[in-house]
Design a protein around this ligand. Structure first.
Ligand code: ATP
Ligand code: MG
Length: 445
């Protein structure tokens, strides 16, 4: 993409309404625009990152054997009356009446709807296990929408639902979700720690939240520092192998890590003092096992081998897709702007032309841009006729992890400059070598 043809409305000044760094940078980098309290338009740069995050979520869900579908945002109140949640949910639910006076709602979550789909089409234990998920906009009329996309009213969530014939099978689904989430967050450059949590209005027995450590997080967290060192890394996971999946879950949940809701001071104090940490975290996901809480009242049953019908065991599993943008920026930025991890960056690299209009510099930039494109990496080429300092400031703000800087002086010596946004370290090399380096970096992502 050439910057002169793009839509990147960057702001020079810090917006007064933004209290935390991710909100400030998302507004300044032209990623989002607020349309009403807690409701945002996703401008092109923000939208690109949002789609990258969705893509990673889809890939990791597919790997775990979970199946994508798409349910609507609007739901009928009657469905929620079946589970009893229409009256229980309270003021966070946006209730709407259509022209026929039918009561509708903008879905805050989809347990009822997915249970309805299940009961309409599945009747035998032979069709199980089954996990269905979607990535869809949710609406929760939060009392205090704040911090930009972190606590919106309209927000994008991945929510998945497992259907199993027994508690044992459903707990395997729970574990599968835990492992697939760990991999999902790692691919986004995040350390998200599973912490035992309270189940809240979803209800249930087993639940973990995934928290990204950040000073601006809304949850207070207590943890053994050793938990932050754990990595799934490149190990292969056979999601059908119950013992293997359960062992990974044990590895990631054996060390103490809890939010203030479930904190146990006695257990915490048993951790060696040097590793005992209190901090704050951003909740980027949560998994639940809730048994037959919805399947029983809603009649979602399957016939088992002896011919009798049993309610299915279920769980629900959510990732805060739009909140993740804020969480990633909170975890990865400096005083100049965002630093995108390679896994989610909106463009693979930036190209800065130091002397727009210089025939050699223009041609070299065009050639680098084309070479990267041919390898499947889209660059953002700053071809504006502005000072180099302004181009650098824009690149630093929008946070592309790599920058190739091209100028007449370097070209006279046969080199361009490759700069890491994270370390600030620059290296001179021929243009072809810079392209090859970018390709090698992304081959490993
Ligand atoms: P919170 O405690 O932050 O209000 P929640 O526990 O009510 O969140 P869940 O029902 O667990 O939320 O939803 C799954 C995920 O959706 C959360 O882990 C979070 O990442 C995201 N999420 C929830 N509410 C919001 C919101 N208002 N804005 C953006 N993302 C949200
Ligand atoms: Mg939650």
């Amino acid at each position: 993409m050439r910057l002169t043809r793009y839509f990147l409305p960057v702001l020079k000044e810090n917006p007064a309404e933004a209290q935390i760094v991710s909100h400030r940078y998302m507004l300044r980098a032209g990623m989002i625009k607020q349309q009403a309290a807690g409701i945002y338009s996703w401008l092109p740069l923000g939208y690109r990152v949002l789609r990258r995050i969705e893509q990673i979520v889809h890939e990791e869900q597919a790997r775990a054997g979970h199946i994508a579908l798409l349910m609507p945002t609007l739901q009928s109140a009657d469905l929620w009356r079946e589970s009893g949640r229409y009256d229980d949910y309270g003021q966070e639910m946006l209730r709407i009446t259509d022209r026929q006076d039918r009561e509708m709602l903008y879905g805050p979550t989809n347990e009822e709807m997915i249970t309805d789909i299940f009961r309409s089409h599945v009747g035998s234990y032979k069709d199980l296990p089954l996990t269905l998920y979607h990535i869809q906009w949710k609406f929760r009329d939060e009392m205090r929408p704040r911090f930009g996309v972190m606590r919106g009213r309209e927000f994008l969530m991945k929510d998945g639902y497992n259907f199993d014939v027994s508690k044992e099978d459903a707990l395997h689904a729970y574990n599968r979700h835990m492992v697939s989430y760990l991999r999902t967050y790692e691919r986004m450059g995040l350390t998200a720690i599973p912490m035992r949590a309270d189940s809240g209005p979803i209800g249930g027995e087993d639940t973990h939240e995934f928290l990204v450590l950040a000073a601006t997080g809304e949850s207070e967290v207590f943890y053994d520092e050793a938990v932050t060192e754990l990595k799934l890394g490149a190990r292969t996971v056979d999601y059908d192998d119950r013992a293997c999946v359960a062992a990974i879950c044990r590895e990631f949940t054996s060390l103490y890590a809890r939010t203030d809701e479930t904190h146990d001071a006695a257990l915490f104090d048993a951790i060696p003092a040097a590793r005992r940490k209190v901090g704050r975290g951003i909740e980027v996901g949560q998994i639940f096992y809730f048994g037959t809480k919805y399947s029983e009242p809603m009649g979602a049953t399957v016939q088992i081998a002896d011919g009798s019908k049993v309610p299915v065991h279920m769980g629900s599993h959510g990732i805060g897709v739009s909140r993740l943008l804020g969480a990633i920026i909170e975890a990865s930025h400096d005083d100049k702007g965002i630093i995108w991890p390679e896994g989610v960056t909106p463009f693979a690299c930036g190209i800065v032309n130091l002397k727009q209009g210089d025939a050699a510099a223009d041609a070299a930039c065009a050639a680098i841009y084309a070479a990267l494109g041919a390898l499947g990496h889209e660059a953002l080429y700053d071809d504006r006729d502005v000072r180099a300092g302004e181009k650098f400031a824009t690149m630093d703000l929008i946070g592309l992890p790599w920058r190739i800087t091209v100028g007449p002086r370097g070209l006279a010596n046969g080199v361009v400059e490759l700069t890491s946004r994270r370390t600030g370290i620059s290296e001179e090399m021929p243009a072809e070598a810079a392209v090859a380096r970018i390709a090698a970096i992304y081959a490993g992502v």
